[in-house]
Design a protein around this ligand. Structure first.
Ligand SMILES: C[S@@+](CC[C@H](N)C(=O)[O-])C[C@H]1O[C@@H](n2cnc3c(N)ncnc32)[C@H](O)[C@@H]1O
Length: 217
């Protein structure tokens, strides 16, 4: 079995890997990756081993798909999958969601997905939840007008916490499904590693970014 260091190295060697100076500058993602400016961009945050990103890149060949995760050893499996599928519209970015506001220009992204994010159930760890206000404002910043945030979780606490936080930040929750049946789930995306490990009830939220108001002088 490969060590963490070897996995990181294998990830970094892949043409599907975006790390270090291969990460595009804000506002240049499409151009740097050789895609027309009109192509919509979907970002999966905390993509782990990349099952969903690969699934959605195949389902939406006209989109540019970026899977990102802060753990390079998980991304190694993701790039191996991308290499097998030879997808021209998919990349895996080694990064941290805390930096989204500087990684993308305002409105550069059309859709964000969070698949089974860590629930961090203890209140003192709440700031690590990917749906904490310190991330929500960044999602609002990088999403374009009408941009959507999709969340799938098996954690009841996180499902209700996410709704509270989104309402508090003036997002419009378009869909809140406390029990997603198998067929509906399959149409949204594949079962990822974490879903298969825990295998509980799947809950789904879809929320629209608030409309930006011009500041009054
Ligand atoms: C529970 S796993 C889910 C992985 C995958 N979405 C799945 O369903 O199999 C959560 C993932 O989010 C990543 N993650 C957590 N916080 C993050 C952050 N601030 N920035 C980037 N990735 C993060 C973790 O490294 C981990 O791979």
């Amino acid at each position: 079995m490969r060590s963490k260091r070897e996995k990181r190295q294998r990830y970094q060697e892949s043409p599907y890997a975006l790390w270090g100076n291969r990460i595009p500058m804000a506002s240049t993602w499409r151009k740097s990756l050789g895609h027309p400016e009109t192509v919509p961009l979907l970002l999966e945050i905390g993509c782990g081993k990349g099952e969903f990103s690969v699934f959605i890149a195949e389902k939406r060949p006209e989109w540019l798909i970026i899977g990102m995760d802060r753990k390079a050893e998980r991304l190694q499996t993701a790039v191996l999958r991308a290499e097998t599928h030879r997808l021209p519209n998919l990349y895996f970015w080694h990064g941290d969601a805390q930096t989204l506001h500087s990684a993308f220009a305002q409105g550069e992204v059309q859709e964000i997905w969070l698949n089974y994010p860590d629930p961090y159930p203890k209140a003192r760890h709440a700031k690590h939840r990917l749906i904490h206000p310190r991330f929500i404002w960044q999602y609002e910043w990088i999403l374009s007008e009408g941009g959507l945030l999709h969340i799938r979780t098996d954690d009841e606490g996180l499902y209700y916490y996410a709704q509270e936080q989104l309402h508090a930040a003036s997002w419009s929750v378009e869909q809140a499904v406390p029990l997603l049946l198998d067929r509906a789930e399959e149409s949204l995306g594949v079962k990822t590693e974490f879903y298969l490990k825990r295998g509980g009830v799947v809950r789904y939220l879809c929320a629209k970014r608030p409309v930006r108001r011009l500041l009054e002088c």
